[in-house]
Design a protein around this ligand. Structure first.
Ligand code: FE2
Length: 387
């Protein structure tokens, strides 16, 4: 633990220093970034409206009956580098409906942008990944893409997207989505990290998957002594790819006095899945106040959290009163500090939520806030009667 934290602190936030953590000099799965995140949802049209209105996403692309897709409909929304795809089924039965029935609305695909989707599939499947989609070429008048995919935790999958020979709006089969309703963006820039919740004693299995199959390295770990409260406990390890653009923390529940929030998630999601998507902003106060004005609900942070804030985190650029007003959390590590805030679940089940994060040097994940955060989540669990 101590060594890992030290490793993290020694990072210069550069590709070079992160590579020192990697055993293999050659990255067999070079990832250019997150390509898109696809959710299977009960009503894609209404979800799209929510993400436009509340989160400031822009209408980007569409596929459905009008574009020749007979069994499903997908809306693609964009904000800066973040692409969300909302998909629902148009027919009875089938894998999308089964996914929604079992999990509620949730993340199905975490798509990763690669130079070579065939090689990505070959390298990962030969290391033990279960194939979800063999390398497949899709084309239209704008060129061609190659996509391939593998399974990860639960029913979640990674799709590798090779788009260097494509200049269409999203993927073949999609058309530009023209809308007269275009709310302003709220300043969300890119996906900072995406967290997976896995079942009891499964964290190491999945960290090993990201290590062995995808060539990631563990950059940090928390055990229950770091982040447990009186009632709830969890363990977490953060896996990162070679250039640090993709970070996947993996949580598992730990034994506490009452039901942990990870266990609650697993119960309602019926298994492992994506717990939260952390999105970066350059101005968290502006982003959060815009989102709040548009109806997004954030976790309540107790006012006493701010009482000893400056003693804990030292000098910060922001006005503590303003942070307190918005319930923004602050944590510091050796490299700087970060500001973060968590939404309440954005779906009906107590499962998926978003994190808004602004990094000012810090490359960690807000360990110092976990306790305050968990206590806030426990208050919500108590309201739901699931603590
Ligand atoms: Fe997070």
């Amino acid at each position: 633990m101590a060594t890992e934290i030290k490793d993290l602190h020694n990072l210069q936030n550069t590709e070079y220093s992160l590579k020192k953590l990697f055993k293999d000099a050659e990255d067999f799965l070079p990832l250019l970034g997150t390509d898109y995140v696809e959710l299977y949802v009960g009503n894609a049209k209404q979800s799209a409206h929510f993400y436009k209105t509340a989160f400031g996403f822009q209408s980007e692309a569409y596929a459905g009956l009008e574009t020749g897709m007979k069994d499903r409909v997908s809306y693609v929304l964009k904000q800066d580098k973040i692409r969300l795809v909302l998909t629902t089924s148009l027919k009875e039965g089938g894998v999308i409906n089964e996914h929604i029935n079992k999990h509620g609305d949730g993340v199905k695909v975490v798509a990763l942008w690669v130079e070579d989707a065939t090689k990505a599939w070959e390298e990962t499947t030969k290391r033990g990944a279960k194939s979800f989609m063999k390398p497949t070429r899709e084309e239209d008048k704008n060129g061609h893409v190659v996509r391939s995919g593998i399974h990860t935790y639960g029913e979640t999958v990674h799709i590798f997207v090779e788009r260097k020979n494509y200049n269409g709006i999203f993927l073949p089969g999609f058309k530009k989505w023209e809308s007269h309703y275009n709310p302003e963006p709220v300043g969300l820039k890119f996906i900072d990290h995406m967290v997976g919740n896995v079942g009891w004693n499964e964290m190491n299995t999945w960290c090993e998957f990201y290590d062995k199959v995808m060539g990631f390295a563990q950059i940090i770990s928390f055990d229950d002594s770091d982040i447990s409260t009186e009632f709830t406990a969890l363990m977490s390890k953060v896996m990162s790819n070679g250039n640090g653009r993709i970070k996947f923390p993996i949580n598992e529940p730990a034994e506490g006095k009452k039901k942990s929030q990870i266990e609650e998630y697993i119960d309602f999601y019926n298994g492992a899945g994506v717990q939260h998507i952390a999105v970066a902003t350059n101005d968290i106060v502006a982003t959060v106040s815009a989102m709040r004005d548009r109806g997004v609900e954030f976790l309540y942070v107790p006012e006493n959290y701010y009482d000893d804030l400056l003693e804990r985190v030292g000098d910060i650029d922001e006005d503590v009163e303003v942070l307190k007003e918005h319930g923004i959390l602050i944590d510091r590590d050796d490299e700087g500090y970060l500001l973060q805030l968590f939404t309440k679940p954005v779906v009906d089940r107590p499962t998926m939520f978003f994190e808004i994060i602004q990094r000012k040097g810090a490359q960690s994940f807000g360990k110092g806030n976990f306790k305050a955060l968990f206590e806030a989540i426990e208050r919500e669990q108590e309201n739901r009667g699931t603590l």
